[in-house]
Design a protein around this ligand. Structure first.
Ligand code: ADP
Length: 280
């Protein structure tokens, strides 16, 4: 068993996608997650960063038992994610938001959509409405509660998806590239909503992304490459390793790179400049 009470802990986690032919022989094997050890403490804002195909999504799917390990163990609180009897409890504790909001919204009206999750959990009607109101307010979508979701922008839809998850009162929300399909404005809205959830509501948040600028507000960042966690630390620690980030095919923000180059050229710049305000 684990020694500390983390919300999520993985030990030597390996996940292999296996493709078989008609006879059941293994045709192809991809080790998408390779010996990952990490811990998430309650209240953390974690970012998992990596280019496409680095294993982020496969890792994230272990956090609420959509996938179970090929090797190693994942615990949610003290529950082994591979034990089927824990599935319901794990899904209650950890909610997931995916890339495409159109696949997640099913209601004809925003407030109805947000109410589906708690309804399925058997929450009493009066409380469902309280939760819907509170969740929509948290993501700044309360004024759109009577709208049809297909009248909303991508960023607004994604915020409704987030409200739908938080209405189920999970302890942790995992967002798997929630901004990948959004324009810059939508991306900002969603990141702001995630920050508010973590800051104000104290919800543990795990943000999967390949956008460097989205990790700035995280408490801790894990950087993945080829299924492994290859860097971890605060955003500043990660941002200060410009060469390594570029090797990992991550796009370093212009200001971070400029500060890095200026420092190399002899100017007394601090390491790990996060944004233009700091740069100035
Ligand atoms: P990321 O989220 O960082 O883009 P993924 O976890 O989606 O990475 O993918 C990691 C690796 O696993 C990639 O090589 C990808 O091609 C492979 N992979 C992902 N999903 C599947 C699947 N359903 N079947 C087979 N291979 C997969």
């Amino acid at each position: 068993m684990q020694d500390r009470k983390s919300l999520i802990k993985t030990k030597d986690l390996v996940y292999e996608y296996i493709r078989r032919d008609e006879e059941g022989n293994v045709e192809n094997l991809t080790e998408a997650v390779s010996h990952v050890d990490l811990e998430v403490q309650p209240g953390d804002f974690i970012a998992i960063l990596g280019h496409n195909g680095s294993g982020k999504s496969t890792l994230a799917k272990h956090f609420n038992s959509i996938l179970v390990p090929s090797e190693g163990t994942v615990w949610i609180e003290e529950m082994d994610s591979a034990d089927e009897k824990n599935l319901w409890d794990i899904r209650q504790k950890v909610g997931m938001v995916f890339q495409n909001p159109d696949n997640q919204i099913i209601g004809q009206v925003v407030e109805e959509d947000v109410g589906f999750g708690p309804e399925n959990m058997g929450v009493p009607t009066k409380e469902i409405w309280e939760r819907v109101e509170e969740s929509l307010k948290t993501v700044g979508m309360y004024e759109f509660r009577k709208y049809s979701p297909n009248k909303l922008s991508g960023g607004q839809k994604q915020r409704v998806s987030i409200a739908g998850v938080i209405a189920m009162h999970p302890q942790c929300i995992v967002l798997d590239e929630p901004t990948a399909m959004l324009d810059p404005r939508g991306r900002k809205e969603v990141i702001r909503a995630v920050r508010a959830l973590n800051d104000v509501e104290k919800m543990t948040a795990i943000l999967i992304t390949h956008y460097m600028e989205e990790i700035v507000y995280a408490d801790k960042v894990f950087v993945m490459d080829a299924g492994k966690v290859v860097m971890s630390g605060t955003p500043r620690e990660v941002f200060s390793q410009v060469e390594k980030l570029k090797e990992l095919r991550l796009e370093v923000p212009v200001v971070t790179e400029l500060a890095y180059e200026l420092k190399k050229a002899g100017l007394p710049m601090p390491d790990g400049i996060l944004d233009s305000r700091e740069f100035v």
